[in-house]
Design a protein around this ligand. Structure first.
Ligand code: NAD
Ligand code: UD1
Length: 336
């Protein structure tokens, strides 16, 4: 099976390439390297002992995409490529819509022409907005609160329209909760540009002394210790979810949606304490005001993925933090 992985040099894409190659898939990656480094793929090959093809291109380059689908015999596409920073999406919404939606349209047109009609799409728990209750099931209302989240909702709907127009399509929409961690080898991991927005990469940079202290955004939420609760999921578990989704694509056509989360929430302060324990470093922090747009509590009901995909998570919070720490301490400058 030959899989086209868009955005495959990125954080989740590179970990998924490891799992695909290790399971015997042939892999071609396309990426414009706007938020990643090609070095990640060298390390993927080093980890797996397998080669993969890389084509540097923007997804919106229709001529390149059409030529690629003409020349290669893809069986399915795993579509990660996109811009993902929530705050930035509120500053430059048109870039987000053009890149995320425009890229998906070009991809789907090239797939249609080549009669490749199997796709796994990276959606996000952010499409649920502020849920009325937890755990969150796939049939909860969709109500994203920022342009990034809306781009995900629109793409989900575009893919549903595509299936309605042509019942030969087979589409899996995966809504990720909070991906963290790194490959256990410590060779690939998350390499954020500048100061991280997300909690775990920020804590990791405090632990190695690159940043002085964590700012905890609010301790007055209606949660056990007042700080925000999230469903952190190890990136390797998440990557393996894509292999299960590809197996699903081999069955009857349709559009299906799955939450990929553990079903267990951890607060900011629980994460700080767990990181201190695992790394042996102290994580200085101060409590500051809430971050605009944040919600109190968010965790998945992962039952559907378990029953229909036979997917469960293998790694808990200790492995998530252990592997984040191994990656961060061995690669303090990321892939540089
Ligand atoms: P990432 O930024 O590390 O990877 C995305 C990759 O897409 C990057 O390598 C980037 O260079 C590439 N890319 C962006 N626009 C492109 C274009 N027009 N043409 C070609 N390549 C392009 O992000 P990630 O964390 O690996 O996320 C992968 C996907 O999962 C994204 O779609 C993201 O929205 C989604 N997602 C991520 C998270 C998360 O917390 N990391 C959570 C939910 C959903
Ligand atoms: C963010 C995105 C969301 C995306 C998710 C997974 C926003 C508003 N939302 O959500 O769309 O799907 O990442 O990538 O950016 N925290 C601190 N201090 C920090 C950083 C975070 O206290 O320096 C807290 C937050 O308030 C939150 C928790 O840590 O309670 C997790 O934050 P983060 O890692 O940014 O993830 P999300 O807020 O879930």
């Amino acid at each position: 099976m030959h899989i086209l992985v868009t955005g495959g040099t990125g954080y989740i894409g590179s970990h998924t390439c490891v799992e695909l190659l290790a399971s015997g898939y042939r892999v071609t990656v396309i990426d414009n390297l706007s938020n990643s480094k090609q070095e990640a793929l060298h390390r993927v090959s080093e980890i797996t002992g397998c080669e993969l093809d890389f084509v540097r291109t923007d997804l919106r380059d229709r001529a390149v995409l059409e030529a690629l689908f003409r020349d290669r015999d893809f069986d399915a596409v795993v579509h990660f490529a996109g811009l993902k920073a929530v705050g930035e999406s509120t500053q430059i919404p048109l870039e987000y819509y053009e890149n995320n939606i425009g890229g998906t349209l070009t991809l789907c047109k090239a797939m249609t022409e080549a009669r490749v009609k199997k796709i796994v799409f990276s959606s996000s728990a952010t499409v649920y907005g502020d849920p009325a209750s937890v755990p969150i099931r796939e049939d909860f209302p969709i109500c994203p609160t920022n342009p990034y989240g809306r781009s995900k909702r629109f793409i989900e709907e575009i893919l549903q329209d595509l299936y309605r127009s042509d019942g030969a399509w087979n589409i899996v929409l995966l809504r990720y909760f909070n991906p963290v961690g790194a490959h256990r080898s410590g060779r690939i991991g998350e390499d954020p540009d500048g100061i991280p927005n997300n909690l775990l990469p920020f804590i990791a940079q405090v632990a190695i002394g690159k940043l002085p202290r964590l700012r905890v955004f609010g301790d007055d939420y209606a949660t056990p210790d007042g700080t925000g609760v999230r469903d952190y999921i190890h990136v390797t578990d998440l990557a393996r979810g894509h292999l299960k989704a590809l197996e699903k694509l081999a069955t009857d056509p349709g559009v299906v949606t799955y939450n990929l989360g553990t079903g267990r929430g951890y607060s900011v302060l629980e994460m700080v304490r767990a990181f201190e324990q695992t790394s042996g470093r102290s994580i200085p922090f101060e409590i500051v005001g809430r971050r605009l747009g944040d919600i109190a509590i968010c965790y998945a009901d992962p039952t559907l993925a378990r029953t229909e995909l036979d997917w469960t998570t293998d790694f808990g919070i200790e492995e998530m933090i252990r592997d984040t720490w191994r990656w961060q301490s061995r690669n303090p400058e990321g892939y540089e």
